[in-house]
Design a protein around this ligand. Structure first.
Ligand SMILES: C[S@@+](CC[C@H](N)C(=O)[O-])C[C@H]1O[C@@H](n2cnc3c(N)ncnc32)[C@H](O)[C@@H]1O
Length: 212
């Protein structure tokens, strides 16, 4: 992801660094302790500059949100949004997640968001966030009734992901190949990538899985 220079990035990291979770593995099983008064724990893997997850945290102040992002360059952007909006229900996990089961107890999460995940080439498909092994992990750490929501511009990744759902015995509750023309558009919070692709006329693909 290309970054424009942020003039006061050092200031932002200093002032808002408290929004970064220091030792995420130690939080396994008791994440909600970080969010007094919140009910429900929601994770976005690959938050980029944080437009989506900060929008969600603002819309749902009683829910707890975790932005997970591995790229250091974008941290000031996320932290700036958390700080500017004073979001006490959003924290940043500042690392690449390889196995989410290292960070979350079985049944700990209420929802997972994957927005415009890196497509990776087919030969390294096991790095894709919708690889069947990863889906098995999400199934474990999500409670019954929790969901997985996926959005992408990428047709090939979308078709692949639907196949991987089937391989992991997961049936989508909703599939949209043109999210912005669907009734779901009303409630949709757009991400930075989504804005860019939609403005180029690319249809946004979406699915939702409800875990049983
Ligand atoms: C294509 S960008 C999309 C950003 C944002 N979700 C959006 O829609 O605007 C994908 C982001 O996911 C991050 N990412 C990819 N794999 C990740 C992982 N396993 N853990 C954390 N972040 C990840 C990348 O660093 C990158 O910033």
């Amino acid at each position: 992801m290309r970054q424009r220079h942020i003039r006061n990035r050092e200031d932002i990291l200093r002032d808002c660094g408290g929004y970064i979770v220091e030792d995420p593995k130690s939080m396994k099983g008791h994440w909600l302790d970080l969010f007094p008064g919140c009910e429900g724990l929601y994770l976005e893997i690959g938050s980029g500059k944080g437009q989506f997850i900060s929008g969600m945290a603002e819309r749902y102040p009683r829910r707890a949100f975790l932005a997970c992002e591995g790229q250091f360059n974008v941290y000031p952007r996320i932290l700036q949004k958390i700080g500017a909006k004073g979001l006490e229900n959003l924290r940043l996990i500042s690392e690449y997640i390889t196995d989410p089961c290292d960070l979350f107890e079985d049944g700990e999460l209420d929802g997972i968001y994957l927005n415009f995940s890196d497509p990776w080439k087919k030969r390294t498909a096991n790095r894709r966030l919708t690889y069947r092994g990863k889906l098995e992990g999400y199934k474990r750490i999500c409670k019954s009734g929790a969901f997985l929501q996926f959005k992408t511009d990428n047709e090939e990744l979308f078709d692949y992901s639907l196949e991987e759902l089937a391989a992991a015995d997961l049936v989508p509750a909703a599939v949209e190949r043109d999210l912005h023309s669907s009734p779901l558009a009303d409630n949709n919070i757009v991400t930075e990538y989504e804005e860019k692709f939609a403005s180029q006329g690319i249809k946004i693909k979406y699915f939702l899985v409800n875990f049983t």
